[in-house]
Design a binder for this molecule. Structure first.
Ligand code: CTP
Length: 399
């Protein structure tokens, strides 16, 4: 995502300035070319040398540089994105009212690249009508505002004002530089395993991690969609910008999917739904006996996609996933595409070593579309696959 992207990080004078070091470091690790501009007040919290070491380039503080370089103009015009982090109440006011009295504020007035602000301040300051009015002016002007988190604040109080988690800032920044092809679309994603209980302490399940579904949920959100993730029991942490519906069993997942379906434009069914469940769930823990437990009676779970097929609207886009161990991956995928009435299917090969389930890399993936779309990857990581799939669908359907 960030490889060869040019990002200007503007640091203003709040205590969270030290957290911006992690942001600069992360952007560099992800391949971005980072330039840092600081206000004089920011340098009271953290030294420019610190950012110089992290960004591996000169840090801009002074408006009055050399004649060869005009950073207050070039910085915000020769980059893909400007992020102001942390953004104080003061810089928000200057930005809203066009005040340009130092390098950072002047650079922001001259910037032509998209701008993201990450405000962080005392909760009373954050709630002040002046700050909120300035934020509204900025948002109306197209500046992307990453709202602060609620929690303990450096001033000893607690409330809304904390510098947000790095992942959320990175996600908002990615959104700011991505074409909003899914704007206005409602995307439903299922992910993770289902659990089918035998008794109160035992269940049948599979090792699905939910990572593929989360990657699709994030990729669709980044493209402007409103996203709901129906997630079976797994460790995956869902960011708060994605609506999260936790479920346990296949039947619960079916109910959740059907209740959201009418308000869905695209369904991505990545969940590894258990095909069978115990015929009876024992009310008490099953006690062991001296002899073998010779029979475990199972019954078929509903096929969620078949039920979707029966009630879907033709303009809805339904995407299935299939993890296969057999050799004829494409043939199996084609059969499922037709049988389940899908618009697209993403099939990948799973080996005994469990690649594909828990690994972040999928080995041998094919995407097939009812419209004739075909893509094949020998190996691809789940994030890249999610972006590729979202883009393919957007292009093929003129989203
Ligand atoms: N699926 C579903 N309901 C089920 C089982 C699977 O909706 N009870 C969905 C999965 O979420 C996936 C697609 O169907 O998108 C294919 O799942 P897969 O397990 O590969 O196929 P099955 O239909 O279960 O067939 P089989 O296990 O026999 O290969």
């Amino acid at each position: 995502m960030w490889t060869q992207k040019r990002v200007v990080v503007a640091v203003t004078g709040g205590i969270a300035a030290y957290k911006t070091c992690s942001l600069v470091s992360k952007l560099r690790q992800e391949g971005a070319e980072v330039k840092v501009a600081m206000t004089k007040n920011a340098t009271s919290f953290i030294s420019p040398e610190c950012f110089e070491a992290l960004a591996r380039t000169k840090v801009y503080v002074d408006l009055w540089g050399s004649a060869e370089e005009i950073p207050h103009i070039s910085l915000g015009q020769e980059c893909d994105l400007v992020v102001v982090a942390p953004a104080t109440a003061n810089i928000l006011a200057k930005m809203a009212h066009g005040i340009a009295d130092d390098l950072v504020s002047t650079m922001l007035l001259a910037a032509t690249a998209p701008v993201v602000v990450v405000p962080s301040m005392n909760a009373v300051m954050w709630e002040h009508p002046a700050v909120q009015a300035n934020l509204k002016i900025l948002a109306d002007r197209g500046v992307r505002v990453v709202n602060p988190d609620v929690g303990n604040l450096a001033c000893g109080t607690s409330g809304r004002g904390r510098f947000p988690e790095l992942d959320r800032i990175m996600a908002e920044m990615a959104k700011a530089v991505t074409v909003q092809s899914y704007q206005g679309k409602r995307v439903l994603v299922t992910a993770g395993p289902t659990r089918e209980y035998l008794d109160p302490v035992r269940f049948l399940s599979n090792p699905s991690t939910g990572k593929m579904g989360l990657a699709i949920a994030k990729a669709a959100w980044q493209r402007g969609a409103e996203v709901t993730l129906i997630l079976g029991p797994c460790e995956t942490k869902v960011p708060d910008y994605i609506n999260h519906v936790p479920v346990v069993s296949a039947e619960e997942m079916l109910e959740a999917v059907l209740s959201h379906l009418a308000n869905t434009d695209l369904l991505f069914m990545t969940a590894a739904v258990a095909d069978y469940r115990p015929k009876c769930e024992a009310a008490e823990k099953i006690k062991k006996t001296q002899s073998d437990l010779s029979t475990l009676e199972l019954t078929r779970n509903p096929d969620i996609l078949l039920q979707v097929k029966a009630v879907r609207r033709p303009e809805q886009i339904i995407v299935g996933f299939a993890a296969e161990t057999a050799a004829d991956l494409v043939e199996l995928a084609k059969k499922k595409l037709t049988a389940k009435g899908l618009d697209y299917i993403v099939a990948n090969r799973v080996h005994k070593t469990d690649k594909g389930f828990s690994s972040s890399v999928q080995s041998e993936v094919v995407i097939l579309g009812k419209d004739g779309s075909y893509r094949h990857y020998q190996e691809i990581n789940k994030e890249e696959l999610a972006h590729s799939l979202c883009d393919l669908i957007a292009t093929a359907n003129q989203l």
